[in-house]
Design a protein around this ligand. Structure first.
Ligand code: COA
Length: 144
C-alpha cells in the first residue's frame, strides 16, 4: 500500500512525539520540545491505509546541508516504507536547496545504521550523549 506523508498538525503532534520516543527512548522529547521543533523543522507522519507507520524530521539547510531522519515503527519495517519515506524527504531537502544531507542514527540501532549506509550515507562521527552513542552520517544530493 502507498505511503502518504502529512505535516504534523496541532492534533497529531502527540502521535509524532510517541513514535519518536518509542524509537529513540534514550532521548525522549517533551510536548514542549516537539512544539519548539515544529517551529523550526518540518515534522511529518507517514500513513498507510489509515495507519500511522512512522515519522520524519527535516531540519533546515545550514551551510548547504539539511538533516533528514526517518523512523518506521517496528511492526511496519521491511516493507519498503523507510526507503520510500527517505526518498521523499531527500526530495524535500533538495527543494530546500540542500547540496548534501546529514542524518543521525543511534549506534544501538544496527538496522538503522545499515539502512543509512545502504542509502549512500557515510559515517562522519560518533559521539555519546547521556550514555547513548549516536552516529552522524552524510551524503550528497541530488539523489543518484
Ligand atoms: C531505518 C528504518 C527507517 C528502516 O525502515 P524500513 O521501513 O524497515 O525500511 P525498508 O523496508 O525500506 O528497508 C529495510 C529492509 O527491508 C527490506 N525490504 C523492503 N521491502 C521489503 C519487502 N516488501 N519484503 C521484505 N523485505 C523488504 C529492504 O530491502 C531492507 O533490507 P536490507 O536491510 O536487507 O537491505 C527503521 O529501521 C527505523 O525506523 N529505524 C530507527 C530509526 C533510524 O535509525 N533511522 C535511520 C535514520 S535515516
Amino acid at each position: 500500500m502507498a505511503l502518504t506523508v502529512v505535516p504534523v498538525a496541532d492534533d497529531s503532534a502527540e502521535a509524532w512525539r510517541e513514535i519518536h520516543n518509542l524509537i529513540i527512548p534514550v532521548a525522549p522529547l517533551s510536548r514542549t520540545d516537539v512544539e519548539e521543533r515544529r517551529g523550526r523543522n518540518l515534522l511529518t507522519l507517514g500513513l498507510v491505509g489509515g495507519a500511522t507507520v512512522g515519522n520524519a524530521t527535516v531540519r533546515p539547510v545550514v551551510d548547504g546541508q539539511a538533516t533528514v531522519i526517518v523512523r518506521v515503527l517496528p511492526e511496519y519495517r521491511r516493507r519498503g516504507y523507510g526507503s520510500e519515506y527517505l526518498r521523499r524527504m531527500l526530495a524535500v531537502a533538495g527543494e530546500l536547496g540542500a547540496a548534501s544531507v546529514a542524518t543521525v542514527v543511534l549506534a544501538a540501532n544496527v538496522e538503522g545504521l545499515a539502512f543509512a549506509l545502504r542509502h549512500g550515507f557515510v559515517e562522519v562521527e560518533r559521539y555519546t550523549v547521556d550514555g547513548a552513542q549516536f552516529i552522524d552520517l552524510s551524503r550528497d544530493l541530488p539523489v543518484g
